[in-house]
Design a protein around this ligand. Sequence first.
Ligand SMILES: [Ca+2]
Ligand SMILES: [Ca+2]
Ligand SMILES: [Ca+2]
Length: 394
Amino acid sequence: MLQRLFAWITLAASLAGAQPATPDPRIGVREGFELEIVAQLDGRARFMAVGDDGTLYVSDPDRGVVRSLKDRDGDGAYEDIRTFVEDYPRAHGLAVHDGWVWFTQTGAIHRARDTDDDGVADDVVTVIPSGQLPASGGHWWRSICIHNGLMYTSIGDSGNITDERDTERQKIWTFSLQGRGKREFCSGIRNTEKLVVRPGTDEIWGMDHGSDWFGRTLGETRGTQPITDLNPPDEMNRYERGRFYGHPFIVGDKLPRYEYMDRDDIVRLADRTVPPMWKTGAHWAPNAMCFYAPNDDAEGAFPDAYTGDAFVAYHGSWNRSRRSGYQVTRVLFEDGEPYGELPMVEFLGPDDARGQPTILGRPVDVAVDRDGTLLISEDGENRIYRLRPADDDT
Ligand SMILES: [Ca+2]
Ligand SMILES: [Ca+2]
Ligand SMILES: [Ca+2]
């Protein structure tokens, strides 16, 4: 405990001097890359968006704020951290569009901007007032994605496998940028926390969390659950208007949940389900993905082969007998479709006294910075990490 406190003080002191700090050496980093800590937040580090001027915005739903982080001296570490907006409980999803920072609460969407570069918003407009999106129940976070004059937001299951077809839940909705014209985009979604556009296309992509306790009705229990451990997969989906993505009845590649297998229409539901474009580990909890499309002259850009691929941030499992999935990966794409996945940063360390891998971080979001490096938010220690190609000289 004392050692941990001491490490934190050392880290805080080094960040006060605006130098990128060295992460725990037990964190696994892909060969050819280096990882730095570039911000330590006093509050939760959830979703991120990079502003046109390089300001990084980070949401903290617990305190109801969005913070602005500026790297004034250009060394990659953020020494100027301000409260951009406050008093917005459960502020979560972020998007930068048209000079504004758009942000969600559970039941509302707003946009804000800072016109005098002090890191504090001086203009806030409510786009969707409270009451137009469901505000109660579980999975309270709302994503936001803006593309071609439409605003997209996803609303997950209120629990694990609730039948909510006749409600606003388990769907992605679109609105005009004025917050009007509410329209269902697609359905059968359990918990997609971030939506992104594949660069150069109009395709909307996102990660969906597969359901928990698969097999519990068969006698599976926490701690000894060979079925639940490996089922169902978490999903990378390409969301298209009017289509159905399976939840809560169907998981993975058109496989019914045991609880719904006696429905008369279960085969029809499976037939209608759009299967994932890519399946990942069960219960890895993919909170976010981003596509990699750096500017041509980006100094910190990854090798060319990374362009067009995606990065995924996994928060890590709780519904498995052994911890798994606390990592950031690269999903490889060819002709617009995923075909493989490689680890980039692994936040599980050696086993602890209980025989479980030590948690060294809980990735939440990934975002490409203006220089082509990859920012990773993490809400275990509430840090922002930066992943960059290793310097050949060192
Ligand atoms: Ca700096
Ligand atoms: Ca201001
Ligand atoms: Ca699905």
